[in-house]
Design a protein around this ligand. Sequence first.
Ligand code: 5GP
Length: 206
Amino acid sequence: MIAGPGLVFVVSGPSGAGKDTLVEALVERMPRLRYSISATTREPRAGERDGEHYFFLTREEFERRLAARELLETREYGGNLYGTPRDYIERSVAEGDDVILKPEVNGALAVKAAYSDAVLIFVVPDRFSHLRERLLARRTETNEEIAGRLEIGHREMTFVRKFDYLVVNEQNRQEEAVRDLQAILHAERFRIHRYTDDSIEKVQSS
Ligand code: 5GP
């Protein structure tokens, strides 16, 4: 493998589609893949830790970082602010590691605007009705919040054609979705435009 800068992978899709578990599994299996932790003003859920699941910030601190241009993109979702730290992605890519993040769709498109080479992957459940079931089962949102998330999810689906890949996370077949994602990440490395002319010439002249 010819070394080059790292790649940026963005996984998006409606809330409840299972992005968190899929991305966690990917990062565990792929040694050169780093997870970009987002900043948020939402309250941590039970079991969520600061600096691991999110950087949990006050609104003031979030706005300070935004004003200091430390966030690549930000979005309000369900009354809370979410944003992607700029620095970590820049550093990972420069060091040759791939980076993966999972913002909602507008965030995904904003990342693509900043990194035209970023690979956008949309994750959906096999049935939309599963979203409600999953959100109800995890008991982290009120009924009102769940209704809001489903509505946003329907709206997010209208952006699906702006993505590069679509992966279906079938109920009880998560392993398959992880493997599909792994295949995408793996193949992306070998796209011809990822190789610099220099790196190809080096092979020829050696
Ligand atoms: P949750 O509250 O379930 O953790 O996240 C709510 C939504 O915010 C999800 O759709 C998630 O993908 C999105 N999100 C998380 N981090 C970011 C971020 O840094 N930027 C944007 N635009 N969305 C984010």
